[in-house]
Write a protein that binds this ligand. Structure first.
Ligand SMILES: [Zn+2]
Ligand SMILES: [Zn+2]
Length: 388
């Protein structure tokens, strides 16, 4: 865990903003929240639009494909004799398992065989190739050029209705700088197993690492499930783990006094004091079963709150943009956008998206600048000259 993440009362620099908020939120996503080991560039305060149409301020984080010095893996074991990571099986004998010989044998008996006669596990690198057989263990390799841009509201706003978090829904950003998503796709749906490591993470087909669990309170689950697995990341069930995409903090499964909270709402949240907030404020807690994440969000998220410059995967630029998918043109943005985006401190895909949305070649500079939270002049200066 990084240490430069939790604001002390003394360190709060924007107390005015917080006091003006409808609810007291002492832990809020700002420039100091996320580990320096993960940031590509310094966090920025930008203007942003929430899903409910509110214009507010967000903290914008650009994070690396994986934070420096984070220990990850193992995912798929090479052979049935080795131990890989973990998997939450949702067929017969549902539960959380270590990916080892007995688990793989059980799956084979249920009609899902992930290994050959020699005991070699069938592994597919989903970033670079397609599975060659019906059941393979998925383990993507890194694309070290990937950057992820994340927008978190500085002052969280409660939503009128809760947002359910279904398969691979966006949950939040860990203080370590690792994005968090809800359930990984089921083997029952795809036939393939996107193996998780013992901290509940793996590499997306886009080439970047993310978590599907509250990693700083995951060993408690292994213990209660009697699972032979351990996450090497420092564990603390009372500590803050992440910011949800709505800006509210997520803590481990216990309160500051070590007790389990008893008044949680349907999203596993409540108003109470935390190690970071002497005044009661709204926050989520990890659950005590896998995946130990909130199952819904009670706040409003920002539009375009998660984008990557990856060629595929969650958050990748999915539009039919020029050059999309063309060899040597990964990310699919037009010439000059890479440089322009660099000048503006955002990803090329993010810039392209905003430009497309605001008129493309007949760009509404004012609207695009507003959406990016920069001046018209700055945007004009950075953009490539339109081709004639
Ligand atoms: Zn995943
Ligand atoms: Zn609490």
């Amino acid at each position: 865990m990084n240490t430069a993440k939790i604001k002390t009362l003394m360190g709060l620099s924007s107390a005015g903003l917080i006091l003006a908020a409808p609810m007291s939120v002492w832990a809020h996503a700002d420039g100091q929240s996320i580990s320096q080991d993960a940031l590509v560039s310094a966090a920025q305060t930008v203007s942003c639009e929430l899903e409910n149409g509110d214009i507010t301020t967000c903290t914008k984080y650009v994070v690396k494909y994986v934070p420096d010095n984070l220990v990850i893996g193992p995912f798929c074991p090479k052979t049935t004799k080795q131990k890989g990571g973990i998997w939450h099986w949702d067929g017969d004998e549902t539960g959380l398992y270590r990916i080892d010989e007995s688990f793989l044998t059980m799956l084979s008996e249920q009609g899902y065989t992930f290994f050959n006669e020699d005991g070699q596990v069938l592994i597919t690198d989903v970033r670079t190739s397609q599975p060659a057989s019906q059941n393979t263990c998925l383990q993507a390799s890194f694309d070290k050029s990937v950057e992820m841009t994340i927008l978190l509201p500085k002052v969280p706003v409660k939503s009128e209705t809760v947002t359910e978090l279904g398969t691979v829904a966006k949950v939040g950003l860990a203080l370590d700088g690792v994005p968090i998503f809800a359930d990984a796709p089921s083997v029952l749906d795809t036939g393939h197993m996107p193996a998780l490591d013992t901290c509940g993470g793996h590499i997306d087909p886009g080439g970047w690492y993310h978590w599907h669990a509250t990693s700083t309170d995951i060993n408690s689950i292994f213990k209660s499930d009697n699972l032979d697995a351990e996450c090497a990341i420092e564990q603390n069930a009372s500590a803050m783990f992440a910011y949800a995409f709505d800006g509210f903090p997520i803590y481990g499964s216990k309160e500051i006094d070590g007790k389990k909270p008893s008044d949680l709402d349907e999203c596993n949240g409540h108003i109470g004091t935390t190690p970071d907030s002497p005044k009661p404020s709204y926050h989520y807690h990890a659950s005590t079963t896998f995946p130990n994440l909130p199952t819904c969000l009670t706040g409003v998220v920002a539009k375009n709150n998660f984008t990557t410059n990856a060629a595929q995967g969650i958050g990748a630029h999915g539009g039919a943009g020029p050059g999309q998918g063309a060899p040597g043109h990964k990310g699919g943005t037009p010439p000059g956008f890479e440089e322009a985006a660099k000048k503006l401190g955002i990803t090329a895909n993010q810039l392209f998206k905003v430009v497309e949305k605001n008129g493309g070649r007949k760009l509404d500079i004012s609207a695009a600048a507003k959406e990016l939270g920069i001046s018209e002049a700055a945007l004009k200066a950075a953009l490539p000259k339109p081709p004639r």
